[in-house]
Write a protein that binds this ligand. Structure first.
Ligand SMILES: *Cc1c(COP(=O)(O)O)cnc(C)c1O
Length: 392
């Protein structure tokens, strides 16, 4: 026990690792608690797809459950099965499938399935027959996103087929859900239009004899900005990890969130370089003066975007730098300046909570014209995730 408890988000990375992602499980727990408070009477499905947005599937899911999530959401069935294999008992919804996938394990493991196509319902019904289980499904409807989900004649047919299957006892229609196109712009006219369409489809479903227990529409942005879209369940993803889904409207702390991931590397070398030296492939950076170059053992294979060439922000000690020259597969370079005291082995912080002046994932997103989601999710498999806090 240390006398002065150190926030896990600023705990140093273990020495001897080229790079690692420190994941603060208490932040994930607290973020979910904050989202739960925002969600009012609605329950929280923490979305943990894509390895929990890069944070590590199982530890993140367990932290989210500790924070009060009662559901977990994933895109792909193998992700749901991995949660069950780790002993997670909570309801899990998986919503993106391809023909030929084996749905029997999903039914055996009690995984809820999002259904948006006739073929998926057919194959799930076949799995219900072979396993002797009732499939738990959530009808996914397209209310205007123009992506996954049924609409028009396909929806009409699915409703009829679901009603028949429900009467036969082979499915239980647990939920009905949809997804926004512009949740991050709450005033956009499509938000209200999609919500009205959603209500219309709920009435259409009721006329077909389908009355789902859980209606759900809200992602992070709608959870935080649009209480009228909460219904019975909200599906926050990026905010679970402490990132703002609406950076133009508020920083994480404005929503009671804090970033869970701190991405750090260690300087591999620090060497003298003359003025006018081209740096890294293509020499797209040239030293303006005699200086010291720091080598960082992280590259695009680790998720550092090649677009971060000359712009990606990092912190060494208390000093901020931009990537100098091309980001390569395994490494990039920093121009540390002639007076640096940085040494090989020193921490290079790519992003964290920002409390000690370090960049945030949002700063990286802004620097390379993408969204914070991509910055954390793309962190490569080679980078170990080190989970801090939580009940280990
Ligand atoms: C990814 C996803 C979410 C979570 O979205 P965030 O913007 O990260 O909160 C919710 N629902 C569906 C259907 C998704 O695909």
């Amino acid at each position: 026990m240390s006398e002065h408890p150190v926030s896990t988000t600023v705990a140093p990375a273990p020495p001897g690792l080229p790079a690692c992602a420190l994941v603060d499980l208490d932040a994930i727990r607290d973020n979910v608690a904050a989202l739960n408070a925002r969600a009012g009477d609605a329950e929280v499905m923490a979305v943990v797809k894509a390895d929990a947005y890069g944070h590590g599937l199982v530890p993140s899911a367990l932290a989210a459950l500790r924070g009060g999530a009662t559901w977990l959401g994933v895109a792909q069935l193998p992700e749901a099965l991995a949660l069950r294999a780790a002993g997670v008992q909570a309801p899990v919804l998986s919503w993106l499938h391809v023909p030929g996938q084996d749905f029997a394990p999903a039914l055996e493991q009690g995984i809820d399935l999002g259904i948006s196509t006739a073929w998926a319902l057919d194959q799930v019904l076949a799995a219900a027959t072979t396993t002797g289980r009732t499939a738990r499904v959530h009808l996914k409807v397209d209310t205007g996103l123009g992506r996954n989900g049924a609409w028009d004649a396909d929806l009409e047919l699915l409703l009829a087929n679901l009603a028949a299957a429900q009467a036969a006892g082979s499915v239980e229609v647990v939920g009905l859900f949809s997804h926004f196109a512009y949740a991050d712009a709450p005033q956009h006219p499509t938000v209200k239009a999609q919500q009205e369409r959603f209500e219309g489809i709920l009435e259409q479903a009721a006329r077909a004899g389908i009355r789902p227990q859980v209606r759900h529409l809200a992602n992070s942005a709608a959870t935080l900005t649009n209480p009228s879209a909460h219904y019975d369940l909200v599906r926050p993803g990026v905010s679970v990890y402490g990132l703002s889904p609406v950076p133009d409207l508020g920083a994480p702390e404005d929503f009671g969130l804090r970033e869970a991931m701190r991405l750090v590397a260690r300087l591999s070398s620090v060497k003298d370089a003359p003025a006018g030296q081209g740096v890294s492939y293509g020499h797209v950076y040239t030293t303006p003066q005699a200086t010291k170059l720091g080598l960082v053992p992280m590259g695009y294979s680790d998720g550092v975007p090649r677009h971060a060439t000359n712009v990606g922000p990092v912190q060494v000690g208390r000093q901020r730098y931009a990537v100098a020259g091309r980001v390569c597969m395994d490494q990039f370079v920093l121009d540390l300046g002639p007076d640096t005291t940085a040494q090989p082995g020193d921490e290079v912080v790519l992003f964290g909570v920002g409390a000690a002046g370090e960049p945030t994932a949002q700063d990286w997103a802004a620097a390379i014209d993408t969204i914070n989601y991509e910055i954390v999710t793309r962190v490569g498999a080679r980078v170990p995730r080190i989970h801090l806090g939580g009940e280990q």
